[in-house]
Design a protein around this ligand. Structure first.
Ligand code: PEP
Ligand code: MG
Length: 325
């Protein structure tokens, strides 16, 4: 069965009734192995840049970052690459930046919050990304957004750094899209307002589940509470998808749920046709997409949104998967 699935690695992710989904790769380093996955994917839906900051004992410089971003863009050619700005804090600590102890780090200065508190760090990353934007189809995505003030503050920095590059005669792409991750419930609940202010959205289902269910994604004792198929997850996903569709802006999922063969039919049915996942999930995702019809996926999504518990949803998704082998 594993070997059977592997045969789908280079198949087109198109449904039985001809809807072309997009299956993208999550990338967490710029080495040859990670980048060789580019050949099997419709771009990179999540380029995690933490590795640049977690290794050495100093912050990565602009030129170093620029060269690495350029390498990733060149590996993906014309295909889109969604670069996520630094997302540390929480469980990920920086060796090169002394940060105050927090008793609730996952609710503390994490992701975009940390970048806005250490603005020079963000500005360096933004300049490197803007410079790299001429080498491919780059989009930049902000993690851990909770409110639109944060988005506006970050976008002001993008604007200022872009103007500074122009003034210095350095080329960059002024139409590079800037989007957000939705992984904090407060922004999920105002997805309609967020859709007016950003160019795209990608749902980080790992953190969204952690914050919606108030259960640490790393703590095995609360695993029964960390329910990836919680009805609230599908409500949130449905609301985010409808809000961004209404604004005519792209919606994707880049958390684990996006590469989960059980969840994929329901995601497609909710209108989320861009999925980003680890390399190990690519073939299985394509196989599932090729085995379903959109009409059935939509009916499934409807049904899932009416169910009351994770157990009911899991049973429903499992039944669908069995029937559409
Ligand atoms: C997520 O939270 O779902 C996500 C994709 O980001 P990370 O796993 O890096 O926090
Ligand atoms: Mg996250």
């Amino acid at each position: 069965n594993l070997r059977e699935t592997a045969a789908y690695l280079d198949a087109e992710p198109v449904t039985l009734d001809g809807v072309r989904a997009e299956v993208r790769l999550n990338v967490a380093a710029a080495n040859d192995f990670e980048l060789s996955g580019a050949a099997h994917a419709d771009g990179c839906g999540l380029f995690r840049t933490e590795f640049l900051y977690l290794e050495g004992d100093r912050l990565p410089g602009e030129e170093e970052q620029y060269q690495i971003y350029k390498r990733v863009l060149l590996a993906f050619g014309e295909k889109p690459v969604v670069l996520r700005t630094l997302d540390v804090g929480g469980d990920k600590q920086l060796a090169c930046l002394e940060l105050p102890h927090e008793s609730n780090p996952f609710l503390g200065v994490r992701g975009l919050r940390l970048c806005l508190a250490h603005e020079a760090l963000l500005r360096t990353q933004v300049r490197a990304a803007l410079r790299a934007s001429v080498h491919g189809s780059l989009r930049v995505m902000l993690p851990m957004v909770g409110a639109l003030d944060e988005v506006r503050a970050a976008k002001a920095i993008f604007r200022e750094e872009g103007e500074a590059l122009s003034a210095a005669g350095i080329p960059w792409n002024p139409s590079m899209p800037v989007g957000i991750m939705v992984e904090v419930p407060s922004i999920a609940l105002i997805a309609d307002l967020a859709a007016d202010e950003v160019d795209f959205v990608s749902v980080g289902t790992n953190d969204l589940c952690q914050y919606l269910t108030a259960s640490d994604r790393m703590n095995p004792s609360v695993k029964p509470y960390h329910q990836d198929y919680h009805p609230a997850m599908f409500r949130a996903l449905g609301y985010i998808a409808r809000s961004f569709q209404a604004a005519g802006k792209p919606v994707s999922v880049c958390g684990e749920l996006g590469g989960d063969p059980l969840a994929i039919p329901a995601l497609l049915g909710l209108g989320i046709q861009k999925l980003s996942m680890s390399r190990a999930s690519l073939a299985g995702a394509k196989r599932v997409i090729r085995s379903i019809r959109m009409e059935d996926a939509q009916a499934l999504a409807q049904r899932v949104q009416s169910l009351k518990t994770e157990g009911e949803i899991k049973a429903c998704l499992t039944e669908f998967a069995r029937a559409h082998k």
